[in-house]
Ligand binder design. Structure first.
Ligand code: SF4
Length: 260
């Protein structure tokens, strides 16, 4: 065996043991002195070539969500007069209704009256104008008040919540509970002889009772004030036949206030 044969033997041994010999195929064939296709040839192992990486793309930072305005609890309203109470409501951010309102709908009418009406909350028209009961339901309430021999300016009108619940939904328990002290202070300041509750929402949150159909027309008492629950004017717009029931309820109030 000459030196050339020794080299070939060494390369064969290296190739079969590691399978990882770096050699050109042509060179190996020449070394093996055999045609290329005549026997299997150890595949070249080509070291992987690193692909050029695209430059890192800067990911734009997303705008952070604006923080929800902080809710500030209502202060103690017990000793507030009308002006202070009104200001307090106008600046109120105590419940989740504050961010979506256009106007705080505090209440309207005479602050020295024997008759008060309480509804549930502002709708779109009321939110726009800042006055309770100004839409179609408001027009009907005005007619109800006139039928009771009062002018609208002679009674006081307020709602359970002072800001519009989005989509005219009912106020939530949380919203009603947070806002209720404002209404309670309004009732204290007006100190009427009678209150007419308009619909299920004020019945629930002022009197803690459910079932307006069962409870309407029955006298109740709130802090020594006579309370008459009846249907909401918006319900009467959808069910005009119920006006007869409401008229019976209002006549009881008129009788109590000496209007009959
Ligand atoms: S609904 Fe009442 S408690 Fe809520 S933000 Fe308006 S005024 Fe304040």
């Amino acid at each position: 065996m000459d030196i050339f044969d020794e080299i070939i033997c060494c390369m064969k041994a290296e190739a079969s043991s590691t399978g990882n010999v770096f050699v050109r195929r042509k060179d190996l064939a020449e070394f093996m002195n055999e045609p290329l296709a005549s026997r299997p040839v150890q595949q070249q192992t080509v070291p992987p070539v690193a692909k050029p990486q695209p430059p890192p793309v800067a990911i734009p930072e997303t705008e952070p969500e604006p923080p929800m305005p902080a809710m500030t609890a209502l202060p103690d309203l017990a000793n507030m007069g009308w002006q202070e109470l009104h200001q307090c409501a106008l600046q109120c951010s105590a419940c989740p209704l504050a961010p979506t309102r256009k106007n705080v709908v505090f209440g309207c009418g005479s602050q020295q009256t024997e008759l008060m009406f309480i509804g549930e909350g502002p709708g779109a028209d009321e939110d726009e104008q800042g006055v309770p009961f100004v839409g179609k339901a408001g027009e009907l309430l005005t007619k109800m008040i006139r039928a009771m021999k009062y002018d609208r300016s002679e009674v006081y009108i307020a709602n359970i919540v002072k800001c519009r619940p989005p989509g005219n939904r009912n106020p939530s328990d949380e919203e009603a509970a947070i806002c209720l002290p404002i209404l309670k202070r309004q009732i204290e300041l007006v100190n009427p002889k009678a209150i007419v509750l308009l619909g299920a929402v004020p019945l629930k949150y002022l009197m803690g009772m459910t079932g307006i159909t069962r409870q309407r027309g029955k006298w109740m008492e709130y802090n020594g004030i006579q309370v008459m629950p009846t249907y909401h004017p918006a319900y009467l717009l959808r069910n005009p036949a119920a006006k007869a029931d409401v008229w019976k309820d209002l006549q009881q109030v008129m009788a109590y206030l000496g209007k009959l």
